[in-house]
Structures are given as C-alpha cells and as structure tokens.
Design a binder for this molecule. Structure first.
Ligand code: SF4
Length: 215
C-alpha cells in the first residue's frame, strides 16, 4: 500500500499586482492570486447560458500548479510594496482550506489578506482573513458570516426583496455594496439599489479598475 502523502498542488490562473478596484479596500495596492476553476461555471462559452453564474467576466483558466511552499515564495517574490493580498478566482475555496489560510496569515503577519468567494462553500474561515462574498442570484449563500458583500445589479435579481431575503439568516453585520453590472441596465440598477440603500449597512460602489483600465 502506498502510504506516501501526496503533496497538495494549487491550481493557479494568474498572479498580478494591481489596485483593488472594488469594495472596502478600493484604491489599495494589492497582489492578486487568482485560483483556477469555479463551481458556478466551467469557463466555456458553450456552457455559459446554462450555468449558475452567467455574467462572469473573468478568465480563471488553470495556467500552472504550485505546492504551498511555492505559493508562499511566489507571493514573497511578487508582493513589492502591496499591503493587501487578494485571494480570488474562480472560486478560491474550492482549493484553500482553513489551515491553508491560517498558515498564509502566519507567513504574512503585516499584510491584510482578503478572500473573495461566491459564498457557496461553507468553510471555517480564520479570524483575521477579510472575507468578501459576492453571491449570485441562482447560487446558494452557505457562508454564515462575512465582512463585506458585493452584489452586482441587476445581475438577474428581480427586486430588492429578493436580494435582502438572501441575507435573512446573516446575524453578523457586514458592509453591503451594490455595484452596477458591466454593460447592464443602469435604470434597473438604480431601481434596486435605491431600495437597498434605505437599509442599514448598504451603500453603492463601482468596479473602479474598469475605469482605471487596469486588471
Ligand atoms: S462565481 Fe465568480 S468566478 Fe465563478 S463564474 Fe461567477 S463571477 Fe465567475
């Protein structure tokens, strides 16, 4: 019997320096680690329309694999003067465990680590990770708490009630940010966003990196 433990390899799409264009940390210089693969869409145009998430604008194709040590070294090599690491995807929680996140925090104690997820995978997230959820209308919100929630509108949402119902079981008080869908109906955006921003914790935001013409 082969008892050797296989080294876990992370499937990575890309690693790049940029500025965070959305949410609480907007404008901060950041190192983005894009994990490959998503449970809401397989990334192919032929399957887009029948997927849970239909408006993805991200290429999360796998480009290389690294073990955990190489992942840390990769971050050290690319971090430059960034004070923020953004773990994004695809869906990074398909690959990252609670232990992985804890070890990453230990490796970069002076750097904020944010994790962007669609909220479908209920993994224990260590305190100290800034958790950002972007739920989708046909998806499931299984995470019970997060710091920040970005809802892209219209994005298929029928009305503000449908959006708010999604958060009815969330007791923690996160920031909620309504963002206009790229190329979406801006009138529909305002119709829902106006109602949402009457509720505590809600504000509107943008995807500023698209205006800044950066990644
Ligand atoms: S959940 Fe996020 S990464 Fe996955 S298909 Fe949708 S927008 Fe893209």
């Amino acid at each position: 019997m082969d008892t050797a433990k296989k080294t876990k390899l992370f499937k990575i799409s890309e690693v790049f320096n940029s500025y965070q264009g959305e949410g609480t940390f907007i404008g901060r210089k950041a190192l983005f680690i894009r994990f490959a693969g998503c449970n809401y869409w397989d990334g192919t145009e032929e399957n887009r329309a029948k997927s849970i998430c239909t408006f993805c604008d991200t290429d999360f194709t796998e480009n290389f694999k690294v073990d955990f040590k190489d992942l840390v070294d990769l971050i050290k090599y690319h971090i430059e003067e960034a004070t923020l690491i953004v773990l994004t995807g695809g869906e990074p929680l398909l690959q990252l465990t609670s232990d992985d996140l804890s070890v990453l925090m230990d490796a970069f104690p002076n750097i904020t680590i944010a994790l962007e997820t669609n909220g479908s995978i209920d993994t224990p997230i260590p305190v100290g990770i800034h958790l950002v959820v972007s739920p989708k209308v046909k998806g499931k919100l299984n995470l019970k708490w997060f710091h920040e929630c970005k809802v892209v509108l219209p994005g298929g949402w029928a009305d503000s009630k449908q959006v708010l119902d999604l958060f009815s079981n969330i007791s923690f008080n996160p920031n909620y940010i309504a963002m206009p869908e790229d190329g979406g109906d801006i009138k529909e955006f305002w119709k829902i966003a106006t109602e949402l921003t009457k509720k505590p914790g809600w504000r509107i935001g943008i995807q500023a990196h698209k205006y800044w013409n950066i990644k």
